[in-house]
Ligand binder design. Structure first.
Ligand code: ZN
Length: 223
């Protein structure tokens, strides 16, 4: 489809392109394979109404275009778009409801997150990037099918208010951020951390970092 320029879309072309950029980046960074994963961004209309822009279901990232993104109301009603929204839309909406600070969600199915997930092991922060962006230990949801709102509510509840990600055992990771750029940084940082944590744990007891004990120097720029 093409965007009907006579009706102004709630989602700018720039935002649609940014979502597509991070979808493709997730494959390039080894966080997703094939059509796995999904991304959404919360938007606020001029009248204060909130909605979510989300990737379509079952479309290859290299075949996806900015016009394929769907705009969905917070109750799940599709406002714009011809394709079906990601099957995990109800889960994204539940997370947005639980965390007003979350402006973007990145779901990935990366390897080392899943290595620890299938073992039921939470992901402790052992790298600076992870502790800065994910802000603490990432909890693990026991395995279950992840496409309904009830799963989403419990996933959001388990994530809580203090950390920015949750692992779904035998499936992948959901990361949130105040922007799409930051939610993506969380997903990358957690995967890198999971890989190092896995390897380090085979040789000894890794030094785990605590976010509230990290002293960030005044004016320091984050990595
Ligand atoms: Zn998934």
């Amino acid at each position: 489809m093409s965007i009907d320029t006579s009706v102004r879309s709630l989602a700018s072309v720039q935002l649609r392109e940014e979502i597509l950029y991070y979808c493709r980046e997730s494959v390039r960074c080894g966080l997703n394979f094939n059509t796995q994963g999904n991304i959404s961004v919360r938007i606020t209309a001029d009248d204060g109404t909130e909605a979510v822009v989300i990737t379509p279901s079952d479309v290859r990232y290299d075949a996806m275009s900015p016009e394929d993104m769907l705009v969905v109301a917070m109750d799940g009603t599709v406002l714009e778009g011809d394709l079906l929204p990601s099957t995990e839309l109800p889960v994204h909406l539940a997370h947005y409801r639980r965390r007003p600070d979350a402006r973007a969600i990145v779901h990935t199915e990366s390897t080392f997150v899943n290595v620890l997930g299938v073992l039921g092991q939470q992901i402790d922060p052992v790298l600076l990037n992870m502790v800065l962006y994910a802000k603490g230990t990432i909890p693990v949801m026991p395995f279950e099918f992840s496409t309904n709102a009830d799963f989403g509510r419990r996933s959001a509840e388990l994530m809580g208010d203090d950390v920015n990600a949750v692992v779904w055992a035998n499936h992948g990771l959901l990361a949130v951020g105040v922007s799409l750029k930051l939610a993506f940084k969380v997903a990358v940082a957690v995967e890198e951390n999971a890989e190092v944590l896995h390897h380090a744990s085979l040789s000894g007891v890794p030094n785990v970092l605590a976010y509230d004990r990290i002293e960030i120097p005044e004016g320091a720029r984050l990595p």
